[in-house]
Design a protein around this ligand. Structure first.
Ligand SMILES: [Zn+2]
Length: 56
């Protein structure tokens, strides 16, 4: 069985090789930035406003 070929990290300028999209270092960096975006307070505010309006 051949081993999985490693590819360069997708992060621009990173020379590390990885089996996934990013090397472990940038994987955690990209994930933390994604979480920050997912918890955008505007989304929560919008959902709350809509829910209250519909309940009345
Ligand atoms: Zn990297």
């Amino acid at each position: 069985m051949p081993r999985k070929p490693k590819k360069p990290c997708a992060y621009s300028g990173c020379p590390n090789l990885t089996e996934g999209r990013y090397c472990p270092e940038h994987m955690s960096k990209v994930n933390s930035e994604y979480e920050k975006y997912g918890r955008d307070p505007r989304t929560i505010t919008y959902d709350g406003w809509t829910g209250g309006n519909m309940a009345t």
